[in-house]
Design a protein around this ligand. Structure first.
Ligand code: 5GP
Ligand code: MN
Ligand code: MN
Length: 323
């Protein structure tokens, strides 16, 4: 598997007129920020371009959508090109898959280590801290200048996927790209307030409830917590407002691996896993039908919360036992 070059991908993009961009479900700052920056650049080139979504935009990311996002799959009847962004596999845009495949040409731009080449053209770089870094490089290779809005969208992509530059994926290049974004005139504090200091009280209430379920495994090297639909109803919170809980779990001293179980519906449990130094959670996720990065990965289990909890406890005990 060899990546196509940004030049090749740039040429394909230049030839297309009607382009759809596909972020992954449970949108995060990287997928939406990357899509927004690319969408604006392509509209500047005169392309008819939209970001096609299938779920709601989390409130703290709403500022990234300046008329780009639509859930209307017929907005472009016959797209020339589909580009999926930050998506490890086609199940990450499951209800838009058919539309994605309607285009004669597909492109994948991603940074997950577990991603296999599933498009006609692929650029997958697991060393990139965020797909936003790859969009920055693509636009530079295409000689398309970034304006303040595009710079801000890529900044949002990078700051969210690096945990504000603290996770292990953060590199010198991450900072070099970020430094270049300041040349577009971004106000990094303004964007950070939008992203991180714009929470509803319900978000704190659900975090409190979820943290109360905390259980430790292997003398505190592993930690598991969960959120149920009932807890959401009782606090008035939305599921996406539990974002960040799994990182809180990993932040505990001596914790090597953390899992957070989200009861999406009865018998559908979305699991987020994080590790600090050693456990490869991407391997665990991949073996269970999901994917991600070595230190951050996810998957969905179709069983009860109790069954999922037991299974994760076993997986964790297993992987910690091997260290
Ligand atoms: P999160 O736990 O925050 O949902 O996701 C952590 C990382 O794993 C993200 O990079 C995300 O894209 C990836 N990921 C989460 N769930 C899945 C999944 O079901 N399949 C794949 N391929 N990747 C996932
Ligand atoms: Mn993502
Ligand atoms: Mn990402």
């Amino acid at each position: 598997m060899k990546n196509n070059s940004f030049e090749e991908i740039g040429n394909i993009i230049r030839k297309a007129e009607k382009i759809l961009l596909f972020p992954h479900i449970n949108m995060d700052g990287d997928t939406l920020g990357s899509c927004a920056a690319l969408c604006k650049a392509l509209r500047n080139l005169g392309k008819e371009c939209y970001i096609l979504i299938e779920d709601h935009i989390p409130a703290n990311l709403a500022f990234l959508d300046r008329g780009y996002c639509t859930s209307d799959q017929n907005i472009v009847e016959k797209p020339d090109l589909s580009i999926c962004i930050d998506c490890g596999d086609a199940d990450r845009f499951i209800r838009r898959k058919e539309k994605f495949q309607q285009s004669p040409i597909t492109i994948c731009i991603d940074h997950h280590g577990t991603t296999e080449f599933y498009c006609d053209y692929n650029y997958v770089d697991s060393k990139a801290a965020a797909t936003g870094e790859l969009i920055f490089k693509l636009l530079r290779a295409m000689d398309l200048p970034l304006d303040r809005e595009m710079g801000g969208a890529i900044f949002a992509a990078i700051t969210t996927d690096t945990g504000n530059f603290q996770y292990s994926n953060t590199s010198k290049e991450t900072h070099e790209i970020t430094a270049a974004l300041y040349d577009t005139g971004i106000d990094s504090n303004e964007i950070s307030v939008e992203l991180y200091e714009n929470n509803r009280i319900e978000k704190l209430l659900i975090k409190n409830r979820a943290l109360n379920t905390l259980t430790t495994v292997c003398d505190g090297q592993g930690v598991i917590a969960y959120v149920t639909q009932e807890m959401l109803t009782e606090t008035g919170a939305l599921m996406d407002e539990t974002e960040g809980v799994v990182e809180e779990l990993r932040s505990i001293s001596n914790v090597e691996v953390a899992a957070f179980l989200k009861e999406a519906e009865a018998d559908k449990i979305k699991v987020s896993m994080r590790s600090k130094y050693k456990v490869n959670v991407a391997d665990i996720a991949y073996s269970l039908g999901g994917g991600g990065h070595e230190r951050a990965a996810g998957f969905t289990l179709y069983c009860s919360l109790t069954e999922a909890f037991d299974m994760i406890t076993e997986k964790m005990t297993d992987s910690l036992g091997k260290l």
